[in-house]
Ligand binder design. Structure first.
Ligand SMILES: NC(=O)c1ccc[n+]([C@@H]2O[C@H](COP(=O)([O-])OP(=O)(O)OC[C@H]3O[C@@H](n4cnc5c(N)ncnc54)[C@H](O)[C@@H]3O)[C@@H](O)[C@H]2O)c1
Length: 426
């Protein structure tokens, strides 16, 4: 059992805190947001993540998990300080590490000798060294331990990861961090800090590239009369490629992929390599948003002005309430620009959510599609797949649907009378 402070109570920090408490450690979770901490103390979770409320509640009841405002008091009694702080994208693509530096400066004089600072934030290569310099303490180590959890499956991913990456110059510090995870059955990849930082960017950039590849392949399937489901089944059964992340969609988004892609391009440029491959993927993703809007336009015979469009889904993927850089919002913006009137339903979004003013929020799928000229499935929520489509077809002014997630059965929708389009299916 170790004593651990986790700084930052967002998607990564809160999941890390609750899971480390679940593993038997004594955890203090810290944030600067007083209201968030007040709610967390009462067991109220500000994000939608399966299994997280239960772990937080158990941690609070067992007194393994505490929530406090401000890092200084928490870290004094901790053997490990985990940094789970935001690293937003700057204008030139770089990830901004000011929050990390600010916390390191705050805690420099209060951490106990032998403390290990463990960085989980996604940071430019070399940040581990920057933090080690900033702490100005020979008796404190800084270790890189990037996080790979997916929103929507954060708890499972944290407790059953494919691997745990630990980047340390001091192998004893690296081994101590590995011990924290000893009850988790996963390979530990011990590397130097720069490699650990690069592995995180490489992972997200590779996954985004895979998604853009399959989106482009779906466009080719449409052009040549092949079927994307058949193609990806054949492609994905090659063990060198694998079946995951081969689902076409409206483009990749979320709080990580876009900023991490831009950050890796920037890191490479700063180091003297032009990562044109990733630049092409970023631009292919922008084209994908436009491609979905064009599909809507085509089903409506070219003119979106004044047409009522129902958006089904706004979050960047299902099983999360996160709207940051959502492809659904990107597509919505393009539809609004062409004059469409937008009404959206998403099970995790209400009228107080942070969405563009052009989008009106409906509280049910029926309200969203009522009298609509067209509907677009933008997020793969299971309730859209199981919806009563004959009833929804009757509610629409004309049953037209762009299925930007290939969620519905194409033949059944056409049989129901829908003018239907999806991505690369025949
Ligand atoms: N969200 C993901 O799926 C995910 C996955 C892997 C890695 N990451 C990376 O992890 C890092 C954190 O991401 P996130 O999604 O958890 O961010 P987030 O925005 O959800 O949470 C960050 C939290 O840090 C708090 N905070 C900001 N400054 C602070 C300070 N000075 N002291 C204490 N708390 C402070 C904020 O109030 C917020 O609660 C980022 O670098 C991100 O790229 C995110």
């Amino acid at each position: 059992m170790s004593t651990i402070s986790v700084i930052g109570a967002g998607y990564v920090g809160l999941t890390t805190s609750a899971c480390l408490a679940h593993l038997g450690h004594e955890v203090i979770c810290v944030d600067i947001d007083q209201e968030k901490i007040r709610q967390l103390k009462q067991g109220k979770i500000p994000i939608h993540e399966a299994g997280l409320p239960e772990l937080v509640q158990t941690g609070i009841s067992n007194r393994c998990l505490q929530f406090v405002v401000g890092a200084k008091d928490a870290v004094a009694s901790s053997e490990f300080v985990f940094l789970c702080l935001p690293t937003p994208q700057e204008e030139d693509g770089r990830a901004d590490v000011d929050a990390l530096l600010s916390v390191v400066n705050q805690i420099r004089e209060v951490v106990s000798p032998g403390t290990i600072i463990v960085n989980k934030s996604t940071v430019p290569v070399g940040t581990n060294t920057t933090l080690a310099t900033a702490i100005r303490r020979d008796d404190v180590s800084v270790v890189s331990n990037p996080e790979f959890l997916r929103e929507g499956a954060a708890v499972t991913d944290f407790l059953q990861p494919d691997r745990i990456v630990i980047g340390a110059n001091d192998s004893k510090a690296g081994d101590r961090v590995a011990q924290i995870y000893e009850s988790i059955d996963a390979p530990i990849v011990h590397v130097d800090p720069a490699s650990a930082e690069t592995i995180k960017y490489a992972t997200n950039s590779f996954l985004a590239t895979k998604v853009s590849f399959v989106n482009a392949l779906a466009a080719v399937c449409e052009a040549v009369g092949a079927d994307i489901d058949a193609v990806t089944a054949g492609l994905g059964s090659d063990t060198r490629i694998g079946p995951r992340f081969l689902q076409p969609g409206p483009g990749w988004g979320g709080s990580c992929f876009p900023k991490d892609m831009h950050a890796l391009v920037r890191i490479a440029t700063d180091a003297g390599y032009e990562f044109d491959l990733l630049r092409a993927v970023i631009s292919a993703n922008e084209q994908q948003f436009e491609r979905i809007a064009t599909k809507a336009e085509r089903l409506l015979e070219g003119d979106l002005a004044g047409q009522n469009i129902a958006l089904l889904g706004l979050t960047f993927k299902a099983h999360t309430d996160d709207l940051r850089n959502s492809p659904a919002i990107e597509v919505a913006r393009r539809l609004a620009k062409k004059g469409a009137i937008l009404r959206a339903y998403d099970p995790m979004v209400n009228s107080t959510s942070d969405i563009p003013s052009e989008i009106e929020i409906a509280t049910t799928i029926e309200n969203a599609v009522n009298q609509a000229d067209l509907a677009v499935v933008l997020t793969e929520w299971p309730e859209f797949a199981s919806a009563d489509w004959p009833v929804l077809a009757d509610l629409m002014k004309s049953p037209r649907l762009v299925d930007a997630r290939n969620l519905l059965d194409r033949d059944s929708m056409i049989e129901l009378g829908f003018r239907y389009d999806d991505l690369g299916r025949t």
